[in-house]
Every structure is written in structure tokens, then in C-alpha cells.
Design a protein around this ligand. Sequence first.
Ligand code: FAD
Ligand code: NAP
Length: 510
Amino acid sequence: MLNVPSQSFPAPRSQQRVAAGGRSKVPLKQGRSLMDWIRLTKSGKDLTGLKGRLIEVTEEELKKHNKKDDCWICIRGFVYNVSPYMEYHPGGEDELMRAAGSDGTELFDQVHRWVNYESMLKECLVGRMAVKPAVLKGMLPKSQVTDTLAKEGPNYPSYDWFQTDSLVTIAIYTKQKDINLDSIIVDRQDDSFRAETIIKDCLYLIHIGLSREVQEDFSVRVIESVGKIEIVLKKKENTSWNFLGHPLENHHSLIPRKDTGLYYRKCQLISKEDVTHDTRLFCLMLPPSTHLQVPIGQHVYLKLSITGTEIVKPYTPVSGSLFSEFKEPVLPNNKYIYFLIKIYPTGLFTPELDRLQIGDFVSMSSPEGTFKISEFQELEDLFLLAAGTGFTPMVKILNYALTDIPTLRKVKLMFFNKTEDDIIWRSQLEKLAFKDKRLDVEFVLSAPTSEWNGKQGHISPALLSEFLKRNLDKSRVLVCICGPVPFTEQGIRLLHDLNFSKNEIHSFTA
Ligand code: FAD
Ligand code: NAP
């Protein structure tokens, strides 16, 4: 519910979505795009009917506002009048009405906890719930979620610090073995030090206002065998620190990931390069005082302020090229993050992103996603089904598979596009397949010119049954699929029909 803006693209009611079972398209209502919504919120119109007053809302009062033309919804203790927003909601009115007159926090979190509803709905704010927030489950603002897990006990992470004349080392004891450099994200801004460690489905947060100044750069080490992380800060002055600092919000807490807000840092646009007529390779640079690595198959959220409203969309980082010999500009610690992004001229976010100049900033979140590298264990056959920019998660997967899976015998990519001009990195793919005989690439076009003599059409039983041949009957297989939501949904159905089990399929969605 509260799809602000659409999490999945195309939006459930967008022209690019299919109706169940077919390929018919639903027309977009004129004047009801998210841009139109933003304009309405800036028009000065009274959207709550309360003439700018904020009120305390009782549960009884909330329940009364449960109709389309009088619909209040509570999210994390704040109540919004969403009636004016109904027609603009990309997920449709019915989805919003599921939470009418009630607390919609859980429904909201299930679908898109990353969406910045505070900004999108700020003109619809009626007020706060009149009860103590802690009494109502899930109603605290994300920033105030306190950890509910016991801070004692053998499995609770802990931290310590020690110093030399010039260095301060913060050691985090995760008490987990499967920790690596992807599991730790460090951001330091002025005197605030923030380290998120991903421990299974939780985040362990160290959040401290440092007592003394440190230099911009720092190093991070992981001792995997004991699950220890060391962050080594360089003192600005070689004096002894009496204490590390004072605790900031949620310091030393272990919070279920679903209950944490996303943390953003400002990244600088370093380069932008045309890849096809509408898709560009963007390179963003992390701030020097950030350590962050995006794991294979995961995405981040980019955030821009568009006419004063914060808009967030998910994107999947890629490598700068499909070739491992590709050389990045020299900077330590994986500071560059690359994205292949298609610009939709009538889209909300991408035209704005495309307008950024080299040197401008865009906010980027910490990574999210369900893909785990363990899915590659003992893998023999890897099949990749991608449509359009659904190719993006496949880039790092291809790089990894061809260099780091010793058991791998075959990788096959079937790449669906409209025309030849839409194929991202076609020549790189062809060169890579020529160089590495384990890789086969098949392009399928839905709107080819008459000169095209390759495969044509859409994802179908005929195309897949021919393409998805296992090397051996019992070989360890993984099929990854990504593209427009209906493409992915149809692909999964076809894969089940072809007897691929759930464990053999990974579909990419937000
Ligand atoms: P939107 O405003 O969403 O519009 C896109 C198009 O749909 C436009 O043509 C618009 O006119 C039309 N449209 C919008 N709403 C409607 C409607 N209600 N009815 C009819 N038509 C409508 N994209 C990439 O390019 N690269 C990536 O790496 C990438 N990674 C992603 C990862 C994940 C997990 C997910 C879920 C998506 C990813 N996407 C990626 C897609 C991306 O998040 C955006 O959806 C996309 O960039 C479009 O954003 P936009 O705001 O510019 O366009
Ligand atoms: P596109 O160019 O519109 O489409 C690519 C190909 O897919 C075309 O051949 C197209 O055929 C076909 N296709 C479209 N809808 C289909 C459907 N319902 N059934 C079967 N085939 C269909 O794609 P795009 O604009 O690049 O969009 C890529 C999509 O991937 C976006 O929705 C984006 O959100 C998603 N994506 C998701 C992730 C992720 O979840 N991790 C990552 C990246 C991208 P037609 O010519 O008939 O349209």
C-alpha cells in the first residue's frame, strides 16, 4: 500500500504493465502522475481540510475516517489524510483503502518501507496519534525505533576501543563467522561516527559523537575466523583520548533490518557515458569518510529532491565493464559505484538524474536485497534471463561466476530487448562469449527490424525449453531472472512448468 512512488517499475497501473494473462496495457489517467501530485502539494491548497492545524487523533477518531473521500491512515504514529492522494497512488486506490481508518504501518513496511512518505505526504499530515507512541506497536518513527533484543547474553555483539599515539581502533565483536567487508558500512561525518554491521536479519549499530577530531580516511579490517571487525581511525592530533565519545541515537543496538530506516550519504557524480540511445553508465564516488561495498545482486536507493520533494528509486550497481582487466581511476577501498540507468523522458526521477552535472551530488542508501553469494555454491550451470535494464544484476553475477566459481561449467544469458539499439553492452557481451567458451549469449528482440536474423518475440515456453538445457541430469543449477515485473512473473511460472525448483530460481525485485 501507499505506493509513493512506485516501488516496482512499471507501476502496477502503468502502461508498461500487462493485465493478468495478457499483454494489454492500462492507460495512465491524465494529470495524475507523481509529478502532478508534487505540483498539487506545492499549490498551497488545503489538503487535510484542517487549514494548516495539526491535531491529536484518538483511535476512535481515526476509525471514523475510513471512506475514499474521507480517508485517514496512521503510519508510525503520524496520521495522514490520504483522500486527495488517492488518484495519484501508483498502486491504486484499493491498495490504500486496505489501511483506511487504521494503523497502516505494517502494510506499508511489507511493500515499501524505503519510500519517503514523510516528504511525499507532508501536506496531508493531520497530526499525531493521541496515545503514547510506545503503546502502539510499530508506530514509532523509524529514527526512534529502539532495540527490543536483550543487550546481554553471549550472542549480543559488543565493541571495544583502544589507542596508540596516532590511531584509535574500534573493534566490533559480531560473534558470527560469516562476516566480511560487505557486512560493515561505516560513515563518519564531522564528529559523528556510525558503523552498521549486518548480522543475519539485524543491524548492529555503533553510533558515537567522537570526543576528538580524526582524519578523513580510515581503514576497515575483518578477521573472518572470529567475526571481529576493526575500524582504524587516524587522530588529527597525537594526544591521548580519555574517552571515545558520547553515544548517539540507537548506539549499541541490534535492530531487525525491517525496522531500521535507510541511511543515506551524499555521493558525487564523477562521470556519465552513453551506453545506448537511452541508457547511460553513471559513476558515483562515495565520500572519503565512507566504507561501503554493495554485495553482488543487491540494490541501493538513490534520492534526489525534485521541486522540494524527496524522491527515491532503487538501482542495481554494476561493474564499470564486463572485463576484469577494466581499470578504475586509482582510489582505494572501492570508492566508485557504477550504475546503468535508462532515462525515461516522461519519468519522474531519471530525467532529473540525467540533468545532474559532473561534480553534483546525489544521495545513496545502504544496500538491500535478498541475493546471497551462497546460492553459487557448487554451481555447475548458471542461466540468466534478463529484459531491458533487468540486465543490471546480471553484470556482477557474470563477472563473479566466470572468475570465482570453480565448479562452473556453463553460463547462458538470454537477453530480451525491443530492438538491437536497446541492447546494453552488446559488443562487450559478444567479446566475452568469444573469449570464454563457458559463456553463451542469446539476444531476443520483440520489435526487430527486418534485417534481424536472431531470435524474436517474448519470453515463452518454446524459447525457454530450448535454452534451459541442463548439462547433466543432476547438475547443480541456478536460474536468475530480472526485468519488468510481468516479465519476471511470467518467467517464474514457465520455469516451474519446466520443473525448476524454488531453490533453483532467483528472481530480482525490490
Ligand atoms: P517513472 O516515473 O516511474 O516512469 C517510467 C515510465 O512509466 C515513464 O515512461 C512514465 O511515463 C511511465 N509511467 C509512470 N507511471 C505510470 C502510470 N501510472 N501509468 C502509466 N505509465 C506510467 N532501472 C535502471 O535503469 N537501472 C537499474 O539498475 C535499476 N535497478 C532497479 C532495481 C530494483 C530493485 C528495481 C525495483 C528497479 C530498478 N530499476 C532500475 C528501475 C528504477 O527503479 C525506476 O523504476 C526507473 O528508473 C524509472 O524511474 P522514473 O522515476 O524515471 O520513471
Ligand atoms: P523494456 O525495454 O520496456 O523491455 C525489455 C524487453 O522486455 C522487451 O523485449 C519487452 O517487450 C519485454 N517485455 C516488457 N514487458 C513484458 C511483459 N509483460 N512480458 C514479456 N515481455 C515483456 O524494459 P525496460 O524499460 O528496460 O525495463 C526494465 C525493467 O526491469 C524495469 O521494470 C525495472 O524496474 C526492472 N529492473 C528491476 C531490477 C530489480 O528488481 N533488481 C533491476 C533492474 C531493472 P515489448 O517490446 O513488448 O515491451
